[in-house]
Design a protein around this ligand. Structure first.
Ligand code: GSH
Length: 291
């Protein structure tokens, strides 16, 4: 198929002959593909996730809450292998009808509360524990604005730029130009905000940082799409300063390990977390040694 000669048909049909890296999971319909109950562990919060930028938002948040002393934030983090289609199991779809990680069940409420969409999960946890979110209306409005900005903007970075620059089996100049332009514009939005502020919403670290960092910090630190040189990451000096400052937090290091099954060293991967001690005993290197 040559791009220039493609004429869309009158009615699009799913040919299912996509050879891209997401071919096995992309479908034009929602709903479950198979019956599968989700496991439930011993803690109030049950997280079903994977260590992607959207997934680590929640594990960083939970590790921050625990480090602050909120014992009610103890959690089980179960692995959902999206490449294998776990997100289409009936139990997962009951928690997130959109079939995407992360998804959270809060068993401390009666009946248990389901929360999906990473931004909604951050907000739910911030309100539940009264943490990492300012209370006064003006600062809260600023935080909500940045949180919604992240949720609306990141699909251009991930689904647009990341997809066409890094993953797509053909390199399409039109698509790469369009989404690189938008990605750099978004990075400049952050650059200007961070020129005036230590963190996204001022001098306080909040869930806005936790939402934005895994995506935009990830690209600046060259952890996403191998694109740091292409987008001239070093030119975003304030963004880079912020990205490194957050990266150095112990809670962020821990959160990044949870549900991680690829990338980095085996001792940095904690496929599932059911107890704080798992960071010492259940990393991928230890699991392999125990086999
Ligand atoms: N807006 C959603 C996006 C979640 C999302 O796209 N998750 C991806 C992994 S980062 C996923 O589960 N993909 C599986 C699929 O699309 O089938 C959120 O922020 O929670």
């Amino acid at each position: 198929m040559s791009e220039a000669s493609y004429e869309p048909p009158k009615v699009w049909k799913w040919e299912n002959d996509d050879d891209g890296p997401f071919a096995s999971i992309n479908r034009p319909i929602a709903g479950p593909t198979h019956e599968k109950e989700l496991p439930i562990g011993k803690h109030p919060l049950q997280l079903y996730s994977l260590g992607t930028p959207n997934g680590v938002k929640v594990t960083i948040m939970l590790e921050e809450l625990l480090a602050m002393g909120h014992e009610g934030a103890e959690y089980d983090a179960w692995l959902i292998k999206i490449g294998k289609g776990d997100q289409f199991g009936s139990g997962f779809v009951d928690v997130n009808p959109n079939s995407k990680i992360p998804a959270l069940m809060d068993h401390s409420t009666n009946p248990p509360t389901r929360v999906f969409e990473s931004g909604a999960i951050l907000l739910y946890l911030a309100e539940k524990f009264g943490a990492l979110m300012p209370k006064d209306p003006a600062n809260r409005a600023e935080l909500l604005s940045w949180l919604m900005w992240q949720m609306g903007s990141a699909p251009y970075l991930g689904g647009g730029f990341g997809h066409f620059y890094h993953y797509a089996p053909v390199k399409i100049e039109y698509a790469i130009d369009r989404f690189t332009m938008e990605t750099k514009r978004q990075l400049d939005v952050l650059e200007r905000q961070l020129a005036e502020n230590q963190f996204i919403c001022g001098d306080e670290y909040t869930i806005a940082d936790i939402a934005i960092w895994p995506w935009y910090g990830g690209v600046l630190l060259n952890r996403q799409y191998d694109a740091a040189e292409f987008i001239d990451a070093e030119s975003y000096t304030n963004g880079m300063r912020w990205a490194k400052e957050i990266d150095a937090r112990e809670t962020v290091k821990r959160g990044r390990m949870v549900n991680k099954i690829r990338g980095g060293e085996a001792h940095e991967q904690l496929p599932e977390r059911h107890d704080a001690s798992d960071f010492e005993t259940k990393t991928a290197d230890k699991l392999a040694a125990a086999e």
